[in-house]
Design a protein around this ligand. Sequence first.
Ligand code: PEP
Ligand code: MG
Length: 753
Amino acid sequence: MSGREAPPLSRSMLARLRALMSADTALAARLAGVVRLVAGELVAEVASIYVARPGEILELAATEGLRAEAVGRTRLRFGEGIVGTAAAEARILNLPDAQLHPAFAYRPETGEERFASMLAVPILRGTEVLGVIAVQNRLPRRYGDDEVEAVETVAMLLAEVLHGARRADEEVGRSLAATLSRHYEGVGLTPGLALGPVHRHGRATHAAPVLADDPVAERTRLAAAVAAMRSELDALIAAPGFPSADEPAAVLDAYRMIAADTGWVARIEEAIAGGLTAEAAVERVLAELRARFRGLADPLLRERVADIEDLVGRLLDALAGPTDRPAPPPGFVLIARRIGPAELLDYRRHGVAGLVIEEASPTAHATIIARALGIPLLAGCRGVWEAAQPGEAAFVDADRGRLVLRPDAELVSAFHAACAARAARVAEMAGLRALPPVTRDGVRLSVMLNVGLLADLADLDASGADGIGLFRSEIEWLARGGLPDLPTEEAIYREVLAAAGERPVLFRTLDLGGDKLMPGFGHDEEENPALGWRSIRIGLDRPALLRRQLRALLAAAAGRTLAVLFPMITTVEEFRAARELLAAEEKAAAARGAPPTRVLAGAMLEVPALAWQLPALLEEVDFLSIGSNDLTQFLFAADRGNRRVGARYDFLSAPVLDLLEEVARAADAAGVPLSLCGEAAGRPLEALAVFGVGIRTVSVSAAAVPAVKAMVRSLDLGAFREVLAGLRRSARGGASLRADIAAYARDRGIVID
Ligand code: PEP
Ligand code: MG
């Protein structure tokens, strides 16, 4: 504290700060206490501490006022943004409107766009910059000298704390950064929570010579290794332990087919004939395959890279003979860049508790296996494989899409509480299965299920949904890698109808294109694929293809009701044209003598233009389904898969809700059944608003059914409708109504969490 005058902080405040900083608690907890105190004392809406990490990086280590999830995640280089400039130039920046400063760097995850003024003070020890402390306020203002001095004082105290922590860590050989928690955001592909030591998935590297003298001997080694690999795979796949036997069977069969495919083995043999050792030949062919698959536009084919790497890794292991690999620690969290299905099965034998896969997607084979095994899986989290150290603790929260490395004590106890709460919720939700979605004021709503793969059909009974509100027919085709032949296709639809029994099923026709590209289908490279040749546009341009699908559907539904849903209808004429194709196939089915008893045709409202054709449309359709994923992306002109713009516009705002209400009103007046089947309805708060504007049926993923039902059963719909109407009337422009709706729900005990 270098002989300076007493700073303009109250004595009691100084005493509290000192006590806090010297407390025997984790550094993260002390820093969190400091920002709370500073924000309170300075009447600042935000107080944050950024800690310098090796490589001149500043990492948000504590904040009061910015989003908590940005802690450990928001990073700035020295010189970047206001905070980075304060660090790089070791000087105080006092800005009435920080966003006007040329160095301002926007970090959407912090939510800091709401704050105008900013004071950033470097945390210095001598000339060394240990971090930055910043305060922010909503209104533009320049901070007074007293306030600047107060923050300087806190920075001086912090310098001692951070220096002490750094020294203590150096003594035990850790960097300061390695003691702080680190947060990552990802996408939960299988729900659940896990806490355990990190185990990184990586293949053992086998040093082997590249050139061989005796190609015949190498070929013999290869043949033996291929045989060993295949029998090991068979044993692995045959091992019992899947909670549901059918679910992963198709996936593993597909995988086994890749293993049995002689094409790539032949290519390895060619490379051996060219003078390479078996190992070098395997590596060469893998590199070729990787390059070929990565260049493909089709995401499903790209995903097969993980399968092939899995197989190739096994082959290399078989060539190397027995090796000692460190066994994973008990209850481990597996962190992988990518992983194949068989590798995952290996880890299951070791008791994996949670999975973080950087390059996983909903349709990847490993994902399907993880789902079948009920292992929480988080995808995304770029760079985590590099950053995670084996053995350190990792907390996977696949329900909320986050991963925390080195969680602090607070988070660990929050994890245990969350596990207990989750178990209670799962039990409660299971109890909801048999209960109908009836509101407290007696309105029977309907919660249906979105289905993509046949494997998902089991969810219908398990969730207690009212039927299948959306069968995405193309997903099963994509998973199989191409169009099934007609009998197979018919059998698929028959299986869906059999699983549904008396419950209704809405079969959506081909929704290919956009991000769903089928190998060998002739999709052109398009500048804006979401707006391009996709969905019903393909169906109408390739009528033979659509008619073939309709034929399979009609045959499968012989003797019962068939409901066909045409996606991405943009004009009434398109619907009419599709319906004509259906009518032609209906005639043919009647002539064959086994038609459905009733055929209904509906349109998906996904393109805003269709909303201005409602009177004509409603005269022609038997039912209407709103695809809110596409509809909102087109309404806001914001790509549904682009994270940068994803959080910018809110579904819970007047532009969306007004439109939905208008559609609901028109559909009711015309007596046309209406549902909403996009992901939005799977979130209880959004589902609440959907019901609040008068839509009575939603279709959601299986995981969302119980939560939406629980919300419905706690809701007084009549009262909420009035409140929502009022909120929408007083809404300003496109502002989000989320906070107001959530506050009302919490106040009235509506279950939205
Ligand atoms: C939608 O767009 O809301 C929808 C249900 O279709 P998909 O998500 O399959 O595009
Ligand atoms: Mg869609």
